[in-house]
Design a protein around this ligand. Structure first.
Ligand code: AMP
Ligand code: ZN
Length: 466
């Protein structure tokens, strides 16, 4: 398995550190609004990664739910996202958190994303976060102002190893924070613990800590929960590309300073999804949810299929036309599989190998899909072997191919009756009338085929037109 690692900027061979269990941490959503198709793309990407890894190893997949601490900027300025969501929807912070966590989990389940092994809420891991901050305080990596406990980035020489940014002009946002808290020592220093004072005097969620009442900054939750469930060094950490310069950079700094060990071996970053070539935004009215897809009659799995057509490290452009085309392609796959009557115990060695090799090359899904299509079209592989191969492929694709193919097989009773009448007419050598019925069946979207049995007797097969 070869993966692109943002830390090294290269594609290199991946193996779990202990040779058996892959420790995988995925940054989860901030649950202050509905999950949109950009989120879906990211978590489908994680799902493909996990399912591919699971062919070789066991995967312990941990995902957090951010229900406290994330400000509207990824750095330390702006409004608290959860409180913003509470105002918008006229609910309490925790009501909003649970409502959108539920919406998120249901949305990703609809696109067949496997449930993470552990789903960890930030608000239920405050003790872990406080303990980690205490470790950093005791080792001298922090300082205190009246507003927050900060991590001092000057104490970690490797601070920019992930982003490779020049620290002097790092993130405009961080500079804005200097204005917010004039006692910050470096623009990039980030809050580990905010005090319920100043602009956060009325912050709803608050806990006691050794330094005073307050709430954790956003970044510390991921380090604390990743280490709680996976230990000091994790094999794979995923997130969107927006997390490289601030969130993951800060996670590395605080984790490695606390433990003195490497925090993450492979950082995987997913590119963004855009809609009609634009960033999703409220003003453009193009923030679509899985419900929007369903309301227009699209299956969530057609969206899953659509995401496979773009490599996870390339920007994906969503259009309704592309989703329509993906729907047609997926239906063709289901229909092609619906004529398979038996599944051989063995897959076709070459197609199976090529498909999983494509996945093993930094999850090359567009290539894997083209191999699936080649397999469907080739006359060289027997149908029962095709079926066995597709069964293996679908363990990663997660398109429920056989379940949906069965639905394709449900021929309407009216079509069955016409076919039965046609058989009767043919039996009586009334071929003109029989052909007339065949045409009527075709108009209903079905094709009648006559297959020879043992070179003689004819069997009638009805398939949907492709
Ligand atoms: P958030 O709830 O904003 O923290 O996002 C949760 C995850 O979804 C993060 O890893 C983001 O990088 C990712 N994400 C957010 N918006 C998009 C998008 N438009 N396309 C792809 N991924 C996204
Ligand atoms: Zn995170």
């Amino acid at each position: 398995m070869r993966l692109y690692n943002t830390l090294t900027h290269t594609i290199s061979e991946f193996e779990p550190l202990d040779g058996k269990i892959v420790k995988m941490y995925a940054c989860g959503p901030t649950v202050y609004d509905y999950a949109h198709i950009g989120h879906l793309r990211k978590y489908i990407g994680d799902d493909i990664l996990r399912r591919t890894l699971e062919r070789e190893w066991e995967v312990k997949h941990v995902m957090n739910i951010t229900d406290v601490g994330h400000l509207t900027s990824d750095a330390d300025y702006g409004e608290d996202k959860m409180e913003k969501g509470a105002k918008k929807f006229g609910k309490t912070v925790l009501e909003v958190a649970r409502l959108f966590e539920d919406d998120f989990l249901k949305s990703i389940a609809l696109v067949n994303v496997l449930k993470p092994t552990v789903i960890a809420r930030a608000t239920e891991h405050i003790e872990d976060q406080v303990a980690l901050i205490e470790e950093l305080v005791s080792k001298g990596f922090t300082y205190k102002t009246p507003q927050a406990i900060y991590f001092n980035v000057a104490k970690f020489p490797d601070y920019t190893k992930l982003s490779r940014q020049d620290l002097d002009d790092k993130i405009v946002g961080a500079r804005q924070e200097v204005v917010v808290d004039s006692q910050k020592k470096n623009a990039a220093d980030f809050a580990l613990w905010f005090f319920t004072t100043g602009k956060f005097a009325n912050h709803v969620l608050r806990w006691d800590s050794p330094w005073g009442e307050g709430f954790p900054g956003w970044h510390i939750e991921c380090s604390a929960m990743a280490m709680r469930y996976l230990g000091p060094t994790i094999d794979i950490h995923t997130g969107g590309v927006d997390h490289i310069s601030v969130h993951h950079t800060n996670e590395i700094a605080q984790s490695e300073c606390a433990t003195g060990q490497e925090f993450v071996r492979f950082f995987i970053h997913h590119e963004f999804l855009r809609v009609d070539g634009e960033k999703m935004s409220k003003s453009l009215g193009n923030i679509y949810t899985v419900k929007d897809l369903k309301d227009k009659g699209f299956s969530p799995l057609a969206f899953r299929y659509l995401t496979f057509q773009t490599h996870y490290r390339a920007e994906m452009n969503f259009t309704w036309e592309a989703l329509e085309a993906a729907t047609n392609a997926l239906t063709k796959i289901y229909e092609a599989v619906s004529v398979f009557t038996e599944i051989h115990k063995d897959a076709d060695i070459e197609y199976e190998r090529d498909f999983f090799e494509a996945l093993g090359q930094d999850l090359n899904m567009p290539k894997a899909l083209s191999i699936l299509w080649d397999l469907l079209r080739t006359p060289k592989v027997a149908l029962s072997h095709k079926a066995a191969t597709i069964r293996e492929m679908d363990k990663v694709l997660g398109l429920d191919i056989f379940e949906n193919a069965k639905l394709m097989n449900i021929i309407p009773p009216r079509v069955l009756k016409l076919a039965e009448d046609r058989d009767f007419l043919r039996h009586n050598r009334q071929y003109t009338q029989a052909d007339h019925l065949r045409n009527r069946i075709e108009k209903m979207g079905y094709v009648v085929k006559d297959e020879l049995i043992e070179g003689k007797k004819k069997k009638t097969i009805i398939v949907k037109k492709i």
